[in-house]
Structures are given as structure tokens and as C-alpha cells.
Design a protein around this ligand. Structure first.
Ligand SMILES: Cc1cc2nc3c(=O)[nH]c(=O)nc-3n(C[C@H](O)[C@H](O)[C@H](O)COP(=O)(O)O)c2cc1C
Length: 324
């Protein structure tokens, strides 16, 4: 199936994933100018009125870039909406997105037909994130245009499925837009995602270690210094299982290898500075792919690395291809 127009004009097949607290207009703009989809959660704008200012900043910066770089236009941007009953800003944030005709909306933690219809009414595309095939069916039945398959090893709230299993099951019945999420931080991984059936690689943690990301220097350096052995999968902090950096858990006074189970009521996505915001500020979400990250760099330099690695990996694959 052909991709919807907004997705078809993405120059390099990567979506910079939305990152609670960490993503901001500076990072989104840098990602889009570099040729990948940039995104951020609407909830990162606080107070809620700031979302309008941030969308104005993003749309104006990208329009100016496109005027001065007609040969190298920016990729479209995406806004992430947490479709969960505790998100008391959802209606208000959707109205702001409608005003700016946000090209791509990423929905998480709940699929709702009325949200999908609202995005379609202004000409936008909805990508919904899921961790298994059953949720994938539900999202498409409710009218999402595309899926983000969140496989094992993803930063933040992550699934437990092998990316191969998840993509294979979804591709048996769904030919629409499909992104793969989880532990990808290299151009080799982008090529692998495409080879396994995805249209896009969906990459979060690697972008935390960029100049533009709104994360502390200690968080960025911890990503540079760590690898998959330093990641723990737990539901303790938000009530939903996710991957976190062990050093930040030790710094919070806990033993990351002996964590108790969580109480699901810890999850809250309201507009205020709730327990979730505090947990994510002190305990750092991160996926398993960060072994590929060895320096804090501008987002454009990270995307340039991904493109170089992708090209080299493609050459290697072609050279190794069996004669059949
Ligand atoms: C610090 C952090 C915050 C995240 N916040 C959100 C969020 O607000 N909304 C969302 O849909 N996904 C969120 N995610 C998940 C990412 O969008 C994405 O699925 C994940 O980063 C991909 O895996 P990777 O980090 O291994 O690349 C977050 C991930 C991290 C690491």
C-alpha cells in the first residue's frame, strides 16, 4: 500500500520518537531539518498554553527552512497525544493541534475513534503505538492510519515481543504505514527494520544524547557510557513496564537488580507535576540500543551518522546476498 502523502515525503525512513520531558521544539526542528520526522508529546508543553507557542515556533522554523532549502525540504513533524483517562488536557491539546493542522499525530496508551476522526478532519495522519498484534487490530478498527510496533528493548514503556515476531504477525493482515520501535540507534538497524517489513525505524533513546534534547548533562553522559547491561525492565515507577538506566535507579537509593513490583495506581498522565513527571525526571527512561551511542552530538550529526551507516550496511547486504 502507498504511504499517505505526509509519510511519503519523509526523506530518510526514521521517526524521532516522542520523549516525555526530553523532547522540545529545538529537537523537533533539528530532526525535521535533517530529514527525519521529529516529534514531541503535547504534554511536554507546560503550562498547556505553551503548546500554541511551540507549534508556532516549529511551523515557522520549518517553513523558513523549506523556503531557503527548496532542494532539501524538511520532513513533517508529529505530536504525541497520551490517550489515557488521566490526561485531562487531551481535548484542549487536540484543539491546538487542529489549529496548526499537525501533519502526524502519534497516539499512545489508548485508541479512540473520535480522536482519529478529528485528526482526519484537518488532513492529518494517525500513527498508534502498540505492543502486540491484538492491540494492533484494535487500533486499526478504531481508525488509526498506521502502527508503531513497540518491541522488546524500547526506551520508556516497552513491549516484550521480538521485533521479528511482531512485524511478521502485523504484516500478515496490515499493509499500511508501520514503524518499528525498540533498541535501534544505528543506520544498520534502520535497514534491518525495513528488511523485516517496517516502513520506518522509530528511535528515541539515541536522541536523548544530543545537544538539543532537554535532558541533564548527567543523563546524556550516562547514555554515552552505558550499554544494554545497564538497562532494567520494571513496572515500579509508572505502573506500566518500561526500560530504565540502572545508574539513575542506584542514584535514587534503590537496587536496580532487586526492585519490588509496582502498584498500577502509580500511573498518572495529568497536566500537573504528578508522580509520573517526578519519576521520569529522576529515574531515566532508556532503551537497550545505546551501545551505538558514543558521544553527545547535535541531532543533525546523529542523523548524518545514521545515513552513513545505512548506506554502508546496504552495500554490505548487497555484497553478501546469495545467488538464488
Ligand atoms: C525518556 C523516554 C520518554 C518517553 N516518553 C514517551 C512519551 O511521552 N510518549 C510515547 O508515546 N512514548 C514515549 N517513549 C517511548 C518512545 O517514544 C519510543 O517508543 C522509544 O524511545 C523507542 O525505543 P528506543 O528508545 O530504544 O529507541 C519514551 C521513551 C523514553 C526513552
Amino acid at each position: 500500500m502507498a504511504l499517505p502523502a505526509a509519510l511519503a515525503r519523509v526523506p530518510f525512513p526514521v521517526i524521532g520518537a516522542p520523549l516525555f520531558i526530553v523532547s522540545n521544539p529545538k529537537l523537533v526542528i533539528a530532526q525535521c531539518m535533517a530529514g527525519i520526522v521529529g516529534s514531541m508529546p503535547a504534554l511536554n508543553a507546560r503550562p498547556a498554553a505553551q503548546l500554541d507557542e511551540w507549534l508556532a515556533e516549529i511551523t515557522e522554523a520549518l517553513a523558513a527552512w523549506d523556503r531557503s532549502h527548496p532542494e532539501q525540504p524538511s520532513a513533517p513533524f508529529a505530536i504525541n497525544q497520551i490517550v489515557h483517562k488521566t490526561n485531562d488536557r487531551l481535548e484542549q491539546d487536540m484543539a491546538v493541534c487542529a489549529r496548526y493542522r499537525v501533519p502526524i499525530v502519534i497516539t499512545s496508551l489508548g485508541a479512540r475513534s473520535d480522536i482519529n476522526e478529528a485528526v482526519h478532519a484537518w488532513g492529518g495522519v494517525v500513527m498508534h503505538d502498540i505492543i502486540n498484534n491484538a492491540f494492533a487490530h484494535k487500533a486499526i478498527e478504531k481508525g488509526a492510519d498506521g502502527l508503531i510496533a513497540v518491541a522488546a528493548g524500547a526506551g520508556g514503556h516497552a513491549g516484550v515481543k521480538s521485533p521479528f515476531a511482531l512485524l511478521q504477525e502485523i504484516r500478515q493482515w496490515f499493509s499500511g504505514p508501520l514503524a518499528l520501535s525498540g533498541a535501534m540507534a544505528s543506520g544498520d538497524a534502520v535497514l534491518a527494520a525495513l528488511a523485516a517489513g517496517a516502513d520506518f525505524a522509530y528511535m528515541g533513546s539515541a536522541f536523548i544524547a544530543t545537544d538539543e534534547a532537554r535532558a541533564s548533562d548527567a543523563y546524556k553522559q550516562c547514555i554515552v557510557d552505558s550499554n544494554s547491561d545497564d538497562i532494567v525492565y520494571t513496572s515500579l515507577f509508572t505502573g506500566v513496564h518500561g526500560n530504565y538506566l540502572k545508574p539513575s535507579i542506584r542514584a535514587a537509593g534503590l537496587d536496580p537488580d532487586q526492585l519490588p513490583e509496582s502498584n498500577a495506581s502509580a500511573m498518572s498522565f495529568g497536566g500537573g507535576e504528578g508522580s509520573k513527571a517526578k519519576a521520569w525526571k529522576d529515574v531515566w527512561g532508556c532503551g537497550q540500543g545505546i551501545g551505538a551511542v558514543d558521544a553527545v552530538v547535535p541531532a543533525a550529526a546523529l542523523v548524518a551518522r545514521l545515513k552513513r551507516e545505512y548506506a554502508a550496511a546496504l552495500q554490505r547486504v548487497v555484497a553478501r546476498s546469495p545467488r538464488m
